[in-house]
Design a protein around this ligand. Structure first.
Ligand code: SF4
Length: 408
């Protein structure tokens, strides 16, 4: 049986963080109820697509999935299990934020077969947490982390961030220390990106206009980046992807599936899918998603994707609402797939297999990418090990440049 991954998007959060440009929002209890019903409907309608597949990873992400009442997560898991075959050893992750967990919820997750918890900490420094508008402090995180351990979770990820407003190399090191002292199995470490149209962007810009910066300077940011790799390595974590570190055997299988271009179906608002070499995304409008997936009436000209829907088509669409919520459909060409194979595969420290490339695409690697690979090897950004090709440490530092070279 071919393997399939499932991603479920829960777009609700207690409050929008100041740096957040993800598809997340506050939601009242009625909206949450309606959303979960719509989501379950989407899962049921996707049964045919999941036929013949073995689902070996499920990732319930957000937003903050743990903000939902536990029973909703139970209903979602039931819908998945009733409509596809889930591997008994599947990795099943739920993203949680401190302040939204209690021991009953965690025990319930465990009973549902969820076996991996991902907790968003970002920083162990309360001032830094406040500066980015998080709802919790470090103590609240500690409480959630301990509850997760007490509930029996033996695979926990902690998200941290560097380059935060007011962060120094010392305070960042302190975060690394406090987190590694807890001994989580997995740590994701990202550098803050200040996105436009966020409150943080406005603050950064206002400070710059006034002649100062609230962010660490470039050198400090770089130092934090190097410190991440060094500190985590010294603490027994293996870097297996540009921003992801784990104890041996605890790499996130779901994310590895993305980088290896495994088929995945995304359910929920804005969720993306890769299915039989076609990429597509769900609509990002909450009320539209709920309305269509709840069998609401469609009006002529209702137009989520810039396409006109005519009255005659509406009956077909109501038969299969998935055709309305899914758009940005991109049927991947061989060229697209080769490019993706390279720039997603090179995110992983193990790199890509030349044999696998040739087997998948029926082309000699040398013919397609020989020149690019030689150039990057001569620049010290890429290295070859047996039949594998991977980024060097220097290549990881300039990974965007190195990967862009593989665009055909
Ligand atoms: S918890 Fe995550 S998804 Fe929610 S607002 Fe904050 S950064 Fe965004």
């Amino acid at each position: 049986m071919d393997k399939l991954e499932i991603y479920v998007h829960i777009p609700f959060c207690a409050k929008k963080c100041d740096y957040c440009d993800f598809l997340s929002m506050r939601g009242d209890s009625v909206t949450k109820r309606e959303y979960v019903s719509a989501l379950i409907n989407e899962i049921k309608l996707s049964k045919d697509r999941m036929e013949g597949y073995l689902v070996d990873t499920i990732f319930i992400g957000g937003g903050t999935p743990s903000i939902l009442e536990g029973k909703y997560i139970g209903e979602i898991m039931d819908a998945i299990r009733q409509n596809c075959v889930v591997d008994e050893n599947a990795e099943i992750t739920i993203e949680c934020n401190p302040g939204t967990l209690d021991k009953y919820k965690l025990k319930y997750y465990k009973d549902l077969g969820i076996n991996r918890i991902s907790i968003g900490l970002q920083s162990a420094n309360d001032d830094e947490l406040m500066a980015i508008g998080r709802i919790h402090n470090f103590d609240k995180f500690l409480e959630s982390y301990k509850l997760a351990r007490e509930a029996g979770f033996s695979n926990i990820n902690v998200d941290i961030m560097s380059a935060l407003p007011g962060q120094s190399i010392e305070s960042y090191r302190e975060t690394l220390k406090k987190v590694t002292d807890l001994n989580p199995e997995h740590i994701s470490a990202y550098s803050l990106i200040v996105e436009e149209e966020t409150p943080l962007y406005d603050r950064v810009e206002a400070a710059e206009n006034a002649g100062y910066s609230i962010l660490p300077d470039e050198d400090t940011e770089r130092e934090m980046y190097y410190e991440t790799g060094k500190f985590l390595k010294d603490s027994g974590y293996m870097r297996y992807e540009i921003s992801n570190y784990s104890k041996v055997g605890y790499e996130c299988r779901h994310n590895i599936g993305y980088w290896k271009r495994k088929d995945y179906l995304g359910f929920g608002l804005g969720a993306a899918s890769l299915y039989k070499n076609t990429r597509y995304s769900n609509i990002a409008g909450l009320s539209q998603y709920i309305s269509v997936m709840s069998g609401g009436n469609l009006e002529e000209n209702e137009n989520f994707w810039g396409e006109t829907i005519y009255q005659d088509d509406i009956w077909d669409i109501q038969e299969d609402p998935l055709t309305v919520i899914q758009g940005k459909i991109q049927k991947l060409s061989n060229k697209d797939m080769m490019e993706e194979f390279m720039f997603l595969g090179l995110r992983m420290m193990e790199g890509i297999s030349v044999d696998e490339f040739e087997e998948k695409f029926g082309r000699k690697f040398e013919t397609v990418y020989g020149n690019v690979a030689d150039k990057l090897i001569s620049q010290g950004l890429l290295k070859k090990n047996d039949n594998r090709i991977m980024l060097t440490d220097r290549g990881i530092d300039v990974s965007n440049y190195a990967m862009s070279e593989f665009l055909l």
